[in-house]
Design a protein around this ligand. Structure first.
Ligand code: AMP
Ligand code: GLY
Length: 448
């Protein structure tokens, strides 16, 4: 099998590495990939910018051209932007099966307003909210409601669209920044204003196969993976500015079976019902961002893809063929292959700790082009490159989040020790990483 992987981050390196483990997979074409996928077994990077047969094409058109020319068996799309812009629709229309939802269902991530309307319509447990397109009405609502309160830009904002406001002043400033000053462009001209939820956050990634035909046959389904946790703040103890993710762990031993039962009953099942009732064609992954509150789990957001860096912690725990899972999601003959996959969804007994190393200065300005070195990977560790490219035969930094060191251990303590011992072997100028990924007090707790 030949597979196309779309994206160029740490998540896509982990996806490609996991696909390469499958005996059924001969080659993985990474568009555009990075310095990690460049040297990964079975992987070949193609950058549309210097691809002869995609000359003159950009964005999704270039990706579709590459997928067709390369005659891939199917595609796996990592990030949300191309999905929201209709990449899955385009690929399916030229006969390329795709893991990633079509654009209509991708709006569950592309618009917070649509996502909240969906949650309300189908009874998915989440915070009370209202949507505003008028600044004065938004400001009146904030003043009447009081703080704490959460201001969310409706559109895609690369992680910059949510302000958890501890005071009314901060909330009003966020409303002005988004609506009047258009700091996020058109993404912030519509706002969702939401009640503040206190609790501990978890991420549940899941495989989805929902189509009208499968629903008619009673075979649409969502299969959740082991729960994971991201660490979004820059510094130890969940302090400092928000980032794209400073490290992840999986599974979580502080999440009980009872909590997961409540998650299934009050979040996952109503979501499945909603996807079915809307008649969506959703074959891909979904990410539930969940707050574990005193009165049960509540949904913060949907992402229509795997989480980054959660993927780097969850995929190494898979004790099944990831390529086979992708094929089951696609379900070309529409017989219910994902539902049938459930007994095969086995997980290694153990833990993964995956701290992320970032460029000094991130999430603000940082230098690029610094040489990255690390020793040969030891057993049970894997370095997933995110912001790193090969230049003149050397691996150099090209982004804020540079890499994750993903380590497996029989206990969390073992995984933690192995990850941080391997992190000592990684080096680039200005390198910074948190020292507490997965420890008590490291998680975002929803405390202000
Ligand atoms: P979102 O993109 O909606 O997941 O929001 C980004 C982050 O903001 C989440 O991961 C939470 O840490 C925080 N957040 C979002 N909504 C709320 C809420 N209602 N209460 C408390 N924190 C929130
Ligand atoms: N780790 C959160 C995300 O992928 O959006």
């Amino acid at each position: 099998m030949k597979i196309l992987v779309v994206g160029s981050g740490g998540r896509e390196h982990a996806i490609s590495w996991m696909l390469a483990k499958s005996e059924q997979v001969d080659e993985i074409v990474c568009v555009s990939g990075n310095g990690g996928t460049k040297n990964e077994k079975k992987c070949r990077n193609i950058n549309p910018i210097d691809c002869e047969y995609a000359e003159g094409l950009t964005g999704n058109d270039a990706i579709v051209q590459i997928a067709s020319f390369e005659q891939v068996d199917f595609a796996v799309v990592g990030p949300e932007d191309p999905l929201c812009a209709g990449l899955a629709d385009q690929l399916w229309s030229v006969g390329i099966p795709t893991v990633g939802p079509k654009s209509l269902s991708a709006t569950l991530e592309g618009s917070k307003d649509i996502a909240k309307a969906f949650m309300k319509k189908y009874g998915v447990n989440s915070a009370t909210s209202e949507t505003f397109t008028n600044q004065t009405l938004a400001e009146e609502y904030v003043k009447k409601h009081g703080a704490p309160i959460v201001i969310k830009a409706d559109g895609l904002a690369a992680g910059k669209g949510v302000v958890v406001a501890p005071t009314t002043e901060i909330a009003l400033k966020a409303v002005k920044d988004f609506m009047q000053d258009e700091k996020l462009g058109s993404a912030g001209t519509k706002l969702v204003i939401e009640d503040y939820l206190q609790g501990v956050e978890i991420s549940v990634l899941a495989a989805v196969s929902v189509t009208k035909e499968l629903t008619q046959k009673g075979k649409s389904c969502i299969l959740p993976f082991v729960p994971a946790r991201d660490h979004k703040r820059l510094n130890d103890g969940a302090k400092g500015p928000n980032t794209g993710g400073m490290g992840a762990i999986a599974p979580l031993d502080d999440v009980s079976d009872k909590t997961m039962e409540l998650f299934n009953k009050n979040i996952l099942e109503p979501t499945l019902k909603g996807l079915e009732a809307e008649g969506f064609d959703y074959r891909g992954f979904i990410f539930f961002g969940v707050m574990l509150c005193k009165d049960g789990p509540k949904l913060l957001e949907y992402n229509v893809r795997l989480g980054d860096p959660e993927t780097q912690a969850v995929l190494p725990l898979m004790d099944f063929d990831f390529a086979e899972l992708c094929k089951a999601i696609i379900d070309e003959n529409q017989t219910g292959t994902l539902k049938d996959f459930e007994p095969k969804l086995k997980w290694k007994k153990g833990f993964v700790c995956a701290p992320v190393a970032v460029s000094g200065g991130y999430p603000n300005d940082y230098a690029k082009g610094k040489e990255i070195t690390f020793k040969n990977e030891k057993e049970n560790t894997k370095v997933f490159i995110a912001g790193g490219q090969e230049k003149n035969g050397k691996l150099v930094t090209s982004g804020g989040r540079v890499l994750a060191v993903s380590a497996f251990g029989n206990s969390f303590e073992e995984a933690f020790k192995t990850a941080y011992s391997a992190m000592k072997d990684v080096s680039f100028e200005g390198m910074f990483y948190r020292k507490d990924i997965g420890l008590a007090g490291a998680a975002e707790s929803g405390e202000l």
